[in-house]
Design a protein around this ligand. Structure first.
Ligand code: BV8
Ligand code: ZN
Length: 244
């Protein structure tokens, strides 16, 4: 398998999706074929869904908090954290995952572009705070203003943090043809993250897709497509282990 040859100029931008956490035991979205307890994920993970039935939405996130507390990072998360150690400020990770596993594996130069499962925020005060609690049959209220507390997650139809998108754009522009862009374990269905590959191509970056079952349409946008499980591929690809 092709490995990544690093030069002192090499810069790496990584976009991860649910597939990177699959080997840790975290279900993917397409794995649930986009459904949860008969609800479309877009319906439950949306401001409209929260307004219509906040308890249903808190049950969805409470179940995911319980699940995410029982799992651990896998070799794919660890390999990415080691690559960050080697590259320093020439590395950036943008993750769509909210499960916190990259941080637990040691990733620091990371943008949680779709939010964080273990943070909540008051709809009015808007300041996120760490929260591992579950709310199956109660609705959390803000201690300061009594407002409704929601998961600190970017829902469908909500804007991503503009600062995150700026940082991704700046990193890609600065990387230019020295940049390698990796999309790992993502179906490339959700924008704006799914559009990062086109921005990377526009500056002459080398683009790689690593996925256990890549979709033809998304894969067609990449220079290199590696079919495999990220927990098995990444340690070899990133030179953490000798060739198999
Ligand atoms: C925005 C938080 C606009 C939730 C998430 C109509 C109405 C409303 C919006 C839209 C619309 N049409 C389009 C949109 C835009 C929408 C969008 O793209 N929708 C899609 C469905 C068409 N995007 C948005 O709404 C975004 N916001 O556009 O705002 C706007 C503009 C101006 C002003 C106001 C608003 C917000 C998107 C963020 C949504 N939140 N997450 C939560 O997590 O609970 S997205 C959520 O789904 C995840 O975070 C993740 O990003 C996404 C699922 O994608 P993946 O991570 O790729 O997971 P998936 O299961 O799909 O794929 C897994 C892959 O792994 C597979 O390829 C599989 O083969 C592979 N795999 C499996 N195992 C392994 C593996 N690979 C390697 N190794 C393995 N072991
Ligand atoms: Zn408040």
């Amino acid at each position: 398998m092709k490995t990544l040859s690093l030069t002192p100029q090499t810069k790496v931008l990584v976009l991860t999706g649910a597939g990177v956490s699959a080997e840790s035991g975290v279900p993917t979205f397409r794995g649930m074929d986009g459904l949860w307890e008969g609800h479309r994920v877009e319906e439950v993970a949306s401001p409209e869904g929260f307004a219509a039935d906040p308890q249903l939405v808190w049950r969805f996130y409470s179940l995911r908090r319980e699940g995410a507390l029982e799992v651990n990072p896998n070799p794919g998360h660890v390999a990415l954290a080691k690559l960050e150690e080697r590259l320093g400020d020439r590395y950036l990770l943008a993750t769509q995952n909210v499960d916190g596993l990259h941080a637990r594996a040691g990733s620091r130069r990371m943008l949680a572009i779709h939010g964080e499962l273990f943070q909540s925020r008051c709809e009015k005060c808007a300041v996120p705070f760490a929260d591992q609690k579950t709310y199956f049959d109660t609705l959390p209220k803000c201690e300061t203003c009594g407002g409704a507390v929601r998961p600190h997650i970017v829902w469908f139809g909500e804007m991503l943090n503009p600062r995150h998108l700026e940082q991704v754009g700046e990193f890609i522009q600065a990387g230019g043809s020295d940049l390698h862009f990796f999309a790992i374990g993502t179906s490339g269905l959700v924008y704006p993250a799914a559009g990062f590959v086109q921005i990377a191509r526009s500056v002459g970056a080398m683009t790689w897709l690593i996925d256990a079952a890549p979709s033809r349409e998304f894969a067609s946008q990449f220079d290199e497509v590696i079919v495999g499980k990220s927990g098995e591929v990444l340690p070899f690809l990133l030179g953490e282990r000798s060739e198999r």
